[in-house]
Design a protein around this ligand. Structure first.
Ligand SMILES: Cc1cc2nc3c(=O)[nH]c(=O)nc-3n(C[C@H](O)[C@H](O)[C@H](O)COP(=O)(O)OP(=O)(O)OC[C@H]3O[C@@H](n4cnc5c(N)ncnc54)[C@H](O)[C@@H]3O)c2cc1C
Length: 424
C-alpha cells in the first residue's frame, strides 16, 4: 500500500496503482457488505425518522448494523488504514486516505459513512496509547470491536475550548490520609478526580470509552494551551445526561456528566498537561478528513444534479438546457475541482511531514462551503423533488451545514488564515 514514508518528490494528481486498487476494493466491499445490511434494514434505514427511538437514540438494529460495518471493514483492512502498521493500521499516506474517504462519501449518505474511522474510531491521539492502554483501548478500537469518542466541547465553550471548566485534580495518598472521605485513594495510591460536563460529543451515547479533555494545571502556571490532559473514561464511569440531537445527525451526539470520576494514572492518554498540544499536531488530519467527506458528497450531489437536469423536462426541453440550471451545475463542478486540488495539495504537504495549519483551514473552509452551496443548488435543480423525504438532498444540505461547524467553524478557519496573512 502507498505508505506514509513515500518520498514527496513532486506533485502528481494521478491516482497511483495501489490507491486505485484500494478504491476498487472499497467499491466491492460496499456492494458486498454494506448494501445488503441497508437492504435488510429496509425502511428502518431508508427513512431517517425510523432510525431512532423516542428519546433520539438509534434503534438497536441500526446500531448493530453500524457495528457490523465497522468490524467487517477492519477485518478487510480498511477501517483504520491510515494509522501506522505498528498499531494495527496499514500506514497508507494522507493522499490515499483522503482519496479513500472521498470515494466512499461519493456514494452518498448511508451506512458507508461508518466504513472508514470517523470520530468514533481510532485516531492518532489514541495511537499514543501506552502499556495496558494498547490492549484495552487502542487495539480493539482498530479492530472495530470497541468505539470511542473525543470530548472537548462543553456547554460554556466550543471554539474557545482551552477555556474549559472540566477539571481533573490529583487526590494523592498524602492528602487522603487526612481525609476520611478518600479512603479509596489511600488504598490505591494516587488518583485523579474528574468533574465537568461535555456536550455535543459524537458517539458518546454508544462509546465503550471516551477521551476526555480536562484542565489539570492552571492557566497562570502552564499558559492557555498548557495544563490540559486527556483521560480515558469508560462508559460506566460517566453519565449520558441527554442527547444533543443535531438536525440531520439525530442520535449521534450526547452530553456527558463527569461527577467525581476517580481514575488512576494509567488512564492518562499522551502527555500530562500537554494534551492540547498533542491534539494540535493532529488538527490538520481532522480537517483533511472533513474536507474529503464534504467533497465526496459534493461529487455525489453533482452527479445526481446532472442526471436530473438531463432527464427532467419543462417547457418542452430538458431543464439542463436552461442556463439558470446548467450554470448552477457548471459552477458546482468548477468549485469542487478547485477544492479537490487544494485538498490533495494539503494531503501531499502533510505526507511531507508539514503541519500545514493554514492549508488545512483553507481546505476545511473551502470544501464544506462548496458542499453547502452545491447541496443548496442541487435541491433547487430538483424543484419540489429536492425537498422530498424520499430523496437525500435535504439530508445532504443538513450534513453540509453541520460540517461547517464541527472541527472548527468557518469563522475559526478564517481567523487562522487571517492570522497567517498578518492582518489579525
Ligand atoms: C454534530 C456535531 C458533532 C460534534 N462532535 C463533537 C465531538 O465529537 N467532540 C467535541 O468535542 N465537540 C463536538 N462538537 C462541538 C463542535 O466542535 C462545536 O460546536 C464547535 O467547535 C463550535 O463551538 P460552539 O458550538 O460552542 O460555538 P461557539 O464557539 O460558541 O461559537 C458560536 C459562534 O461564534 C463564532 N465565534 C466564536 N469565536 C469566534 C472568534 N474568535 N472569531 C470569530 N467568530 C467566533 C463561531 O464561529 C460561531 O459562529 C460537535 C458539534 C456538532 C454540531
Amino acid at each position: 500500500m502507498a505508505t506514509q514514508e513515500a518520498p514527496r518528490a513532486g506533485v502528481s494528481f494521478e491516482t497511483d496503482e495501489e490507491t486505485s486498487l484500494i478504491l476498487s476494493s472499497l467499491e466491492e466491499f460496499l456492494e458486498r457488505e454494506v448494501e445488503p445490511l441497508e437492504d435488510d434494514l429496509g425502511e428502518t434505514w431508508s427513512n431517517p425518522r425510523k432510525r431512532h427511538e423516542d428519546d433520539g437514540r438509534l434503534v438497536p438494529e441500526v446500531r448493530e448494523a453500524i457495528e457490523t460495518v465497522r468490524r467487517r471493514s477492519a477485518e478487510a483492512g480498511f477501517y483504520a488504514m491510515n494509522l501506522p502498521e505498528e498499531v494495527g493500521g496499514e500506514g497508507v499516506s494522507n493522499v490515499t486516505w483522503y482519496r479513500a474517504i472521498k470515494h466512499v462519501a461519493a456514494t452518498g449518505p448511508g451506512l458507508s459513512e461508518y466504513v472508514l474511522a470517523g470520530p468514533e474510531g481510532p485516531k492518532p491521539l489514541l495511537a499514543q496509547a501506552e502499556g495496558e492502554q494498547v490492549e484495552r483501548y487502542l487495539e480493539p478500537c482498530v479492530r472495530g470491536e470497541k468505539s470511542t469518542a473525543f470530548a472537548q466541547t462543553e456547554p460554556g465553550v466550543g471554539s474557545d475550548s482551552p477555556n474549559m471548566s472540566t477539571t481533573a485534580e490529583r487526590d494523592t495518598a498524602e492528602q487522603s490520609s487526612t481525609s476520611p472521605a478518600s479512603t479509596e485513594a489511600t488504598q490505591d495510591g494516587d488518583e485523579w478526580v474528574l468533574n465537568g460536563h461535555k456536550q455535543w460529543i459524537t458517539n458518546a451515547p454508544y462509546a465503550d470509552f471516551v477521551q476526555v479533555f480536562a484542565r489539570t494545571s492552571p492557566v497562570e502556571e502552564m499558559g492557555r494551551y498548557g495544563g490540559i490532559t486527556c483521560f480515558i473514561v469508560e462508559a460506566d464511569e460517566y453519565e449520558v445526561a441527554s442527547l444533543n440531537n443535531a438536525v440531520g445527525m439525530t442520535g449521534m451526539q450526547g452530553e456527558i456528566v463527569l461527577d467525581d470520576v476517580r481514575l488512576s494514572d494509567d488512564r492518562v492518554l499522551g502527555t500530562e498537561d500537554g494534551a492540547f498540544y498533542d491534539a494540535m499536531e493532529f488538527l490538520s488530519l481532522g480537517r483533511l478528513e472533513i474536507g474529503a467527506r464534504a467533497l465526496g458528497h459534493t461529487e455525489f450531489l453533482i452527479d445526481r444534479g446532472v442526471d436530473y437536469a438531463t432527464e427532467r423536462e419543462a417547457f418542452g426541453r430538458p431543464i439542463g438546457k436552461f442556463q439558470g440550471v446548467s450554470h448552477k451545475l457548471a459552477r458546482a463542478r468548477a468549485d469542487a475541482f478547485a477544492a479537490d486540488a487544494a485538498a490533495l495539495r494539503l494531503a501531499w504537504l502533510m505526507d511531507g511531514g508539514e503541519q500545514a495549519i493554514e492549508e488545512s483551514s483553507i481546505v476545511k473552509y473551502l470544501a464544506t462551503n462548496v458542499m453547502f452551496d452545491v447541496a443548496d443548488d442541487v435541491v433547487q435543480v430538483h424543484g419540489g423533488d429536492g425537498l422530498s423525504e424520499d430523496n437525500p438532498f435535504m439530508e445532504e444540505l443538513q450534513t453540509a451545514r453541520i460540517l461547517r461547524i464541527v472541527e472548527g467553524t468557518d469563522e475559526i478557519q478564517l481567523n487562522t488564515i487571517a492570522k497567517e496573512l498578518g492582518v489579525m
